[in-house]
Design a protein around this ligand. Structure first.
Ligand SMILES: [Zn+2]
Length: 327
């Protein structure tokens, strides 16, 4: 097991709820603290929480998926419903005719490096280039997973000296101000912000469906020391960036929903009861007769050295989400 703690990822539940649900019942979400869920899943042995991106309730998931299906139908894009038990694990590689061809969708990226008032603490251009290479390689299947439609085109790296932004917490006024000032482009444009995020978090992201109601907030935040060669071992090979971009394209955590319900809404990622940390080979927390937990998947919480793949089902979902919300 890893010796450090991480909150790998956090999606902002409060913003997510406000952004995507119109049904009155959904307004009563009791997840007031965006980070609470992430902390509940924190590795007790670790120094980081991998992700602040929200783990949604089953009801929130169902509302989101219903909206997704409705929008998909309006755009003439069929989507497959969730996998039922989410236990899948029945393979399904080999591509899907409904997915755009591998590498055919180029996403423009603006990478915003935040430093303190004295210009200290920010990533270098070499860091940024290395981070983008990791993300691009992951989505291309270069690390051993499915070749997705997505490639990433770094248009510009910006550098900003602002001590308040340099430590902006998730959902803070400073974060909102930073994004309002720096964000470039529409829903199809990826903005990444790197700085010394607080709270032990490695990063967080917004979902595609969040964009319409809160466009300025759209994007990915990563801890600056999570880039390749950074100081946040074992989370310093750049996979925080990959994981958060996965959220930005509509992917849920592989442990979403635990062993029950529709899970992560992807049929070929085995269900798992809770996040996996370290690299626990053979872990099988749902025991439904399917495959072991998807510990090698970028959307789990394992060490960077452990995670290396997206599945065909994730590529299909990300493509469908992108076609609906990011065009
Ligand atoms: Zn996450």
């Amino acid at each position: 097991m890893n010796s450090k703690t991480k909150i790998i990822c956090s999606v902002t539940t409060a913003l997510f709820t406000a952004a995507m649900f119109t049904a009155p019942a959904m307004a009563n979400s009791n997840k007031a603290n965006p980070n609470q869920s992430a902390w509940e899943h924190a590795n007790p042995n670790a120094a980081f929480l991998r992700c602040g991106t929200a783990d949604l309730t089953e009801r929130e998931i169902q509302a989101a998926e219903e909206q997704f299906r409705q929008f998909s139908a309006l755009k003439g894009k069929p989507t497959k419903p969730g996998s039922g038990g989410g236990g899948g694990g029945d393979g399904g590689d080999g591509g899907d005719p409904t997915v755009r061809p591998a590498g055919s969708v180029s996403i423009d990226v603006y990478f915003h490096v935040i430093r303190d008032n004295n210009g200290n603490g920010g990533n270098s251009q070499a860091d940024v280039d290395a981070q983008m290479a990791v993300i691009d390689n992951a989505f291309s299947g270069g690390t051993g997973g499915t070749s997705t439609p997505f490639t990433f085109n770094l248009v510009e790296t910006t550098y900003t000296n602002n001590s308040a932004w340099f430590t902006a917490g998730q959902g803070s006024a400073a974060e909102v101000q930073m994004k309002q000032s720096l964000r470039v482009g529409g829903p199809e444009t990826l903005n990444i912000y790197s700085y010394n995020v607080g709270g032990g978090l490695l990063g967080w992201a917004t979902f595609p469906s969040n964009y319409t109601s809160n466009p300025d907030y759209d994007g990915v935040v990563i801890l600056n020391s999570s880039v390749p060669g950074g100081s946040s071992a074992p989370y310093n090979e750049g996979d925080t960036g990959t994981h958060e971009v996965g959220h930005w394209l509509g992917l849920y955590h592989t442990f979403q929903g635990g062993c029950n319900g529709g899970g992560d809404q992807v049929s070929d990622t085995a269900a798992e009861r809770s996040p996996a940390y370290g690299c626990p080979v053979g872990r099988d927390t749902c025991r439904k007769g399917g495959e072991p937990d998807p510990i090698y998947n970028f959307m789990d919480y394992t060490d960077d050295s452990c995670m290396f793949k997206f599945t065909a089902g994730q590529a299909e979902r990300a493509d469908a989400q992108s076609l609906v919300y990011r065009k």
